[in-house]
Design a protein around this ligand. Sequence first.
Ligand SMILES: [Fe+2]
Length: 404
Amino acid sequence: MNSLTSSLERTLTPDFYDYDHQPLSSAVCEGDFVHVFWSDDMKLACHRFWLKENAVGQGGIDLATRECILDPAELTDDIEVKSAVVDNDGDLIVEWGHDGQRSIYHSGWLRHVAENNHLPSSWLPEAQSWTTDSIGEVPRVEGSAALESDEAILALLNNLMVYGVCVLENSPTHEGYLLELAEHIGPVRDSNFGRIWDVRADINLAGDAATNTTANTGLRLGPHSDLPTREVPPGFQFLHCLINDADGGESTLTDGAALVEALERDYPEEFELLYTRHWIFFNRGPGIDHRWSAPIIDYLPGSDTPTIRAFYPVRAFPAMANEDVGRCYDALRLFHKMADQPEFELKFRLKAGDIMCFDNRRVLHGRDAFTGSGKRHLQGIYIDRDEIMSRGRALNRAARSNAS
Ligand SMILES: [Fe+2]
């Protein structure tokens, strides 16, 4: 290995982040593992195949994409670590027995794995369930300069990760602004309602115009989550208020995570029914037929946050034994009554320029009925949880790096 190659490899890691050096104190080979140690007792066990997969530019990690290009079928038994030592910079040098190559592993990169900063939960604030008492009012972030400032976007995303809700206030009020905002976060999620959709209430006309959703009527909408008819409902929903001079129509938000905690604690039988018995959700419309069967409280694989499937306009059929149906309706009745209690439900009025952002799977949203005259026009988008978390991790990481 010449010095140029060595110097180049020392700067490369299996991703595009910069890592501070965290010099190793020692490395020990034992069976299939290389154990690396730091002077503060932190340690990490590295399997030989995992090390091979993460060898940058040596058949493991591709230099251009920083993705692993090694087909697991090529991980043969003769791939063995001949020696593992710590070099003068504190990085790990592995010499391979089968081909004599040497691979260098950045100590800072190894350390970030040892510290669990590679987990999906890393670089994101921890979720906190809330009641109206504990949160007081919906978190708000100044949004007038959100397109020019990563700071506003980061504050929004972190509130969404912690509380599942945030209002971006003083935003521009032109149609389509949500798509401009989303470009600073990630791709929107399309649906049969379109990439961006309108929620209009012209109370003078209510009932006259045909609509494909209860949202476009003057009726009350109890606490609910959108599109439970999908295998994975949209992760987040942004609702942008363009006009609101209608009488009534106050918005509501209820933390489903807190509701589930209270049900599990105080009403374990009802919780069990809501958690285990299935209903069939059904979006009906000309040319579309979305259906999914799932419980009201649905834990999707890999998620600690419950997905609440609670939109009665599209909950169509019980999918359970006949003897359970009555008890499940009782549990549903309890669930929806609790969701509408002042203890759990924030109620406030959206004003023009407010963008109400919320976790569509965790937080139930709703609105009061319209009581008089006037107009209300909102636009909405869905954006998946993956996009919120990805941008949140990247911005939190960048903010930490800028601060140090
Ligand atoms: Fe909705």
